[in-house]
Every structure is written in structure tokens, then in C-alpha cells.
Design a protein around this ligand. Sequence first.
Ligand SMILES: [Fe+2]
Ligand SMILES: [Fe+2]
Length: 310
Amino acid sequence: MSTLNERIHRQFHGTPDIEPEVYEMLGRDADTNLAELIWQQHCFHEFRRWNVTEKVRAIDLSRLTPRDKRFVRNAGIAELTTKPGADRLSNLADKECRRWSGRNAVLAAVMQALGTWSRYWNEEESHHETAFGYLMMAVDGFAPTDETIIEYRKIFPDDNMLRTLMVLVFSEITASVQYAHVAQQVSEAGLRSLLRQIAADEIQHMRYFVTFAKALVDSGEYGAKDAFAISHMYLREGGELYGSVREHPEDRDSHVNWWDHVESGFPDIDLGLGIDKKEKMIFNALERVSGIRVTSREEVENTWMDLVPC
Ligand SMILES: [Fe+2]
Ligand SMILES: [Fe+2]
């Protein structure tokens, strides 16, 4: 077993990565586990940082097509909801940390690590929002109004933490697949590079949410049934995965789910991009979180029903 000193130095001498076994790591026989994990989070964050102004400067605005502009508008509006998402997560994680303190010290540390990571998540999402925000302003008539920004900043209501994390896993999957598909379709090299960078960030966010959701299930305090319930909510016919393509997207007063508000305006923009890929990624995430392998939406529904107590 390496020493704390060796491990923290390995983070910047080597290639930092996301801790895959958070519950096990925080349960080690040491009272410095949380400090070590926070350092690991920071090293990974810094290792992957990029510069918004450099990225947008490389885009030739005169070469953006009407479709590119519409993609930028949809993405920029969607990214406005990440700040309230991260603000809500850090509050909920701290509340949960206090709730578990004295009852399950490792789980309390998991919640604190999650709340701590949400500051990096928030900062990374701010890169996405402001990169697209600049492009929306630079393209005539596409800047969001103050009213839109304030509306899209509504803080999401609290839910059970495992359910919350699974929604975030699937939201990141949807975003990453969407950006990667769009990147293949745009011809302007700078915009393509920006979309690829953001798609890669969303994958890392998904990996983080998966690792924390797994830690909750590993603790024995959260049941895998909640992970399956949210998966079913996404995968079912007319579910969240279909976003604004649905015949009846959700209409809420409390907050805005970005996937319900993707506008087309161009008949050749496919809002149902990469459904198969998204489904496969959802099955893989579910397996990582719960240890249960499923390969179809029917299996997801059946497993969920099996897990619900009679
Ligand atoms: Fe994002
Ligand atoms: Fe993200």
C-alpha cells in the first residue's frame, strides 16, 4: 500500500483520472481520505482545462451556416440550465452530508466529495455556456434576452440523491452524443473543434456522476431500483430521451429541462440524434452503478419492476 505522500504526488507526475471506487476509497482506514480525493478532483480538473477565448477566436464566423447558427443557439440556451443544476447539487450534497454524519461516516464523506466536485462541474459548464454565449451574441439576433436567462436559471427542486445523479448521468449522455453528432455535421473547423471539446467534457461529467451514483449504491443505503426507475423514465416510449421531439414534452413552472426546449426551425436538423448510441450508454452506466447488466428497454422495465418491493 503506497503512502499518502506517494499518492498525492502521483496525481501530478502521472495522468490524473476520476476515482472509480469512491465508496471503497473513502472507507479506507485513514482520516485524510476526503482531502486526498479533493486533491485528485482538482488535478483532474486542471489537467483537462481549456480556454474559451482561444477556442472562439479560432472560429471563422463568416463561414457559419444557418444550421450551424441554430445548433449554437440551441446549445447556448441549453447550457444556461447547468448553473442552477450545479448550485442545486452542491446544496443538496451538503444537506445529505449532514444527514448521514453520525449514521454512515463514509457516505457522509461521499456526499461532501460530491458537493466539492460540483464546483468543478459548475466551472466547466460555465466554459460551455460562455463559449456558446459569445457565439450567440456574435451572430445577429441569437443572443438570449435577460428574461430567458433568468427563466433558465430557476433552481431545480430537490429529489433523492441517487435519482438526481441518474438524471444528471443521462443528461450528460444526451448532451455528449448530441454535440459529437453535430460536430460531424459542421464544416467550420473552429466550431467543430469547440463541439468536440465540449462533447469530451460532457463524457467526463457523465463518468463522475456514474462514480458517485455507484458509491451511493455501494453504501447499501440507496437501492438500485431508483437508478432503474430513472432509466425507465428516459427510455420508455415518449420518455425524457426524446426531449422536444416528443408529442407532449413536459411543461413545468418550477424549472427548465433543457432537452424539452430544443428548437428546430430547420427541417433537416434531426432532434432525435443518436438514440441507439444514447441507449447503449445508458445500459453501460446502469451496469456500472448497479452491477446489473441490461441490454434493452424491456429489460430495464422488467428489472425495475423486479426491484420494487411488493
Ligand atoms: Fe455542458
Ligand atoms: Fe456536462
